[in-house]
Write a protein that binds this ligand. Structure first.
Ligand SMILES: Cc1ncc(COP(=O)(O)O)c(C=O)c1O
Length: 448
């Protein structure tokens, strides 16, 4: 199979580069665990057969059973507070001794405290929460709520977006990799091109509110019966940061047509962009906000949907009904994570780190023609690799080889959309660790 054909999202575990990587595992324990993993798990893309075997994760790093240490600039976006954060671990341990689980129909103090904390943090009347163990089910609840509130089932979303792996989430998601062999999808989903400051799918300028946002209005008018528009405020995978004008225009359009704006901030809230919530950069408010990943402190699977007080209108049905809905452990993990980020004033640090990274990555861009674009915000950055800056042809095979090369050098990250190096370290990352990561990238770029 041609490697270029299989590169869409993430690294591919059947590619030539992966086979080369696998053949370099000399440690017997590693070989044995990888073989057992491959024997007993169902094989799937971006999972089994796996890359390596982990022994520990701490702060910004992961360590393998063979003793290799890597700076983890992927972390599945759960490591805002750093892996094994002492403050979070201590609070979870304390809760574990008191009330580890809360059965349905009962509540508990940590769950109520978290719902209240989110209401205090969020603007306006965004003060009604539902919790669930996974981001994908927060998305599902948001879609259901939008149907109940508006009486309309149609949803507009972006091509290339990712909103989770359940059938409803892959339906609104825009990546073909996740839909392959899965149809029929949920009816009533219409995809539109996302804002893209590098490739500008609709022409014009990806930051121009009168191209991509106006296209949304066009579809709403033509299609009719749209209940919701769902989007990542800032796309996590290949890192697209729309302009304030774009988001303000989207808010205006949603208000004009009675369409609920669902913002998916599952990977990017809680400080990754330098603000607690990414929408704060754009002076807008969503009607429904989905949170997850780092919400559980990188330890407990936990997610939330928060909406407006006036949308508390589904008393007679179950929007969620997830067994671990009011998880006391998830709730204290989330509270401790939020408290940690606040008390350390991580937001200011992330903004300063972001300014530094931007400069450093732009130096790399000046030096290495394979870099077509550098973009990002806070501690979420993308380096887009191209064969030619004029044609912008994706350098996908090179991106994958680059990823393995950097892993050999001690830096782990994910490749998105085939050719985009995505960098998202723990927010606690030190400047020294950032410098080390940048040196590994620079050294490896010499090979391409
Ligand atoms: C933007 C976005 N939404 C939703 C999800 C789904 O979250 P989970 O994996 O917890 O179901 C993800 C996970 O990667 C995500 O990146």
């Amino acid at each position: 199979m041609n490697d270029n054909n299989v590169h869409v999202e993430g690294d591919v575990n059947i590619s030539g580069e992966r086979l080369k990587w696998d053949s370099q595992h000399t440690d017997l324990l590693t070989q044995q665990i990888l073989a057992d993993d491959a024997r007993y798990f169902l094989h799937q893309s971006m999972s089994s057969p796996c890359l390596d075997v982990l022994q520990e994760c701490n702060g910004c790093e992961i360590a393998t059973v063979s003793g290799r240490t890597l700076l983890d600039f992927h972390g599945n976006n759960v490591h805002q507070a750093g892996y094994g954060n002492d403050y979070v671990v201590k609070r979870i341990n304390e809760q574990l001794q008191k009330l580890p689980f809360s059965p349905r129909r009962y509540t508990n103090q940590p769950a109520v405290n978290l719902a209240k904390k989110l209401a205090d943090l969020l603007p306006g009347d965004l003060n009604r929460s539902l919790f669930t163990p996974a981001g994908t089910s927060a998305i599902g609840m948001a879609i259901k709520l939008a149907r109940v509130v508006t009486g309309k089932h149609k949803v507009i979303s972006h091509w290339d977006s990712f909103h989770g792996a359940s059938l409803d989430a892959i339906s609104v998601g825009g990546e073909s990799d996740f839909k392959k062999h899965m149809g029929p999808m949920m009816p009533g989903v219409i995809h539109i091109p996302p804002p893209d400051s590098y490739r500008n799918i609709l022409g014009g300028n990806g930051h121009d509110p009168h191209t991509h946002a106006d296209y949304l209005e066009y579809v709403i008018r033509k299609e009719g019966d749209i209940g919701a528009f769902i989007a990542e405020t800032i796309r996590n995978t290949d890192v697209q940061v729309p302009s304030k004008a774009y988001w303000q225009r989207i808010r205006e359009i949603c208000d004009k047509y009675g369409v609920l704006l669902i913002l998916d901030e599952i990977p990017i809230a809680l400080g990754r962009t330098g603000k607690m919530f990414a929408f704060e950069h754009f002076d807008i408010e969503p009607d429904i906000l989905c949170l997850g990943k780092g919400l559980g402190g990188g330890i407990i699977p936990f997610a939330a949907m928060v909406t407006r007080d006036k949308y508390n209108v589904a008393q007679d049905i179950s929007l969620g009904h997830y067994t671990h809905e009011k998880s006391p452990l998830g709730s204290v993990a989330a509270l401790a994570t939020i408290e940690f980020l606040e008390k350390e004033n991580i937001f200011e640090k992330v903004i300063q780190d972001g300014l530094w990274i931007k400069e450093e990555l732009n130096h790399l861009k000046d030096k290495f023609p394979i870099i077509g674009d550098v973009r990002g915000i806070g501690l979420l950055w993308a380096i887009e690799l191209v064969k030619d800056r004029e044609t912008k042809e994706k350098a996908s095979a090179e991106a994958e080889a680059f990823m393995y090369d950097c892993m050999r050098g001690g830096l782990s990250f994910k490749v998105s959309q085939g050719n985009v190096i995505q960098l998202s370290p723990a927010l606690t990352v030190s400047r020294k660790e950032l410098q080390k990561a940048l040196s590994i990238l620079a050294l490896s770029l010499e090979n391409f």
